[in-house]
Write a protein that binds this ligand. Structure first.
Ligand code: GEK
Length: 236
């Protein structure tokens, strides 16, 4: 796995993009930047095992290099499910297809706003909705809910914000402490914060739960939280 040193220089500071440079170091970057990322993958597999309905479709929207796609595939093995991973970054998709060429999963290079969801039982948005423009988030969740069978689930993992400004600051500081403990320097942390401004737009858990309800889900609950990162399971 190549080590992420992208923000040792400031060439990316203008705005974060999922290009070749990011793709090359992505596994290291996400593991050292998102507390609990590995656990979300383990639980995607477990939730997939529990909720994948025989003969249905499973979707990993914003699949990057296919880590959660493979978790869906492992969790649903033996149930005759079709697993599709979708990402709109050509370099991510190229690398993902190379890595998973032996696996029986389909990988599409597509905007998830265009993806057709049908006969679904498990859909994953693992740290992806935060990159979708706010005004399009409800439409996307409505489409996902429509494409799920009754009893189907959406796993929604996100960086989150807090209504209280002090709490927001405390949680952001804890996240930065996590990144320092993972070997990132203060300069790298601050450059990445600048690069992600207006690109990664977090919302509160309250806003997520309200939106999931409006989208048609009958229940939503956070099954995981570490600092300002959380994962929700929403049931149709
Ligand atoms: C994982 N889920 O390893 N359409 C398609 N892809 C998109 C869109 C869009 N509109 N917006 C962003 N992406 C993965 C990690 S990373 C999270 C997901 C992170 C893609 C984008 O190209 C990138 O690959 C991914 O969503 C976000 O479990 O980097 O923090």
């Amino acid at each position: 796995m190549s080590r992420d040193g992208i923000y040792n220089s400031d060439i990316h500071s203008k705005g974060f993009v999922f290009d070749d440079k990011v793709t090359t170091v992505f596994s290291d970057m996400i593991n050292r930047s998102v507390p609990g990322y590995g656990q979300t993958l383990q639980m995607v597999e477990l939730i997939s095992h529990q909720y994948a309905q025989p003969g249905t479709n499973l979707y990993d929207l914003g699949c990057s290099l296919g880590a959660a796609t493979m978790a869906l595939s492992r969790g649903s093995s033996g149930k005759d499910c079709k697993v599709t991973g979708v990402d709109n970054s050509p370099s991510m998709v190229k690398r993902c297809k190379e890595t998973l060429k032996e696996e029986s999963v389909k990988i599409l290079c597509q905007d998830i706003l265009e993806t057709e969801i049908e006969n679904g039982s498990v859909v994953v948005l693992n740290f992806v909705l935060q990159f979708v423009p706010k005004v399009k988030r409800l439409t996307l969740l409505k489409k996902i809910c429509r494409g799920l069978k009754s009893g189907g689930v959406l796993i929604l993992s996100e960086k989150i914000a807090f209504d209280d400004a002090d709490e927001n600051r405390r949680q952001a500081e804890l996240h930065e402490a996590f990144k320092r403990a993972q070997g990132y320097s203060d300069l790298e942390i601050s450059r990445k914060r600048t690069a992600l401004e207006n690109v990664l737009v977090p919302e509160t858990l309250r806003v997520h739960h309200e939106r999931l309800k409006r989208a048609g889900f009958s229940s939503s609950n956070a099954w995981f939280q570490c600092f300002n990162f959380s994962s929700i399971i929403a049931i149709k």
